[in-house]
Design a protein around this ligand. Structure first.
Ligand code: HEM
Length: 148
């Protein structure tokens, strides 16, 4: 089983991944989001600021400097996502884009990729705020994809 965010082993996940690889990951991720039929409709056409905010957030979340906090204040991510209808399908699509972006970013090692994806799976489950169109009410973590 993959342990979440091992901040002690070899430094923070941020240190182990490094700012360049993290930035490459975020850029790749939003290129995939822009092409995803479930996700693209709820995101702005221009993803520049969204990507900047995500990079700032992930930097702090993974143990680096609290860049998001400094510029935008407390993340309160669930509240910030409430204006957007985040169904389990969109949660899975988000995680699938992240899994693919991780695979396509070879500077990020497999262990770090697994840890990051595992942590993001939990955050993504927390962002789901809307039942599936068509009736299913299951919004649990078990409904969301793992990297495997
Ligand atoms: C579960 C699937 C998710 C969906 C469908 C989703 C969707 C969105 C959307 C539509 C926005 C607004 C974009 C904009 O107007 O710029 C947003 C913003 C954001 N998302 Fe997500 N998100 C998801 C999960 C996550 C996760 C897991 C994280 C953290 C790792 C995250 C971090 C952020 C951040 C930092 C912002 C910017 C907030 C701000 O406006 O300051 N999101 N997301």
């Amino acid at each position: 089983m993959t342990a979440p965010l091992q901040l002690s082993a070899g430094g923070s996940l941020y240190e182990r991944i490094g700012p360049e690889a993290l930035s490459a990951l975020v850029t790749r991720f939003y290129m995939l989001v822009a092409q995803d039929p479930d996700l693209a409709p709820i995101f702005p056409n221009d993803l520049t600021l969204t990507a900047e905010k995500q990079l700032a957030f992930l930097t702090g979340f993974l143990g680096g400097p609290p860049l998001y906090h400094r510029t935008y204040g407390p993340p309160r991510l669930r509240a910030r996502h409430l204006p957007h209808a985040i169904t389990p399908t969109r949660g899975r699509a988000w995680l699938a884009c992240m899994a693919r972006a991780l695979r396509d970013t070879p500077q990020i090692g497999e262990a770090e990729a697994r840890e990051l994806h595992s942590a993001l799976t939990r955050v993504a489950a927390h962002m789901v705020n809307t039942a599936e169109e068509g009736g299913s009410q299951n919004t649990g973590v078990g409904q969301l994809l793992s990297i495997d």
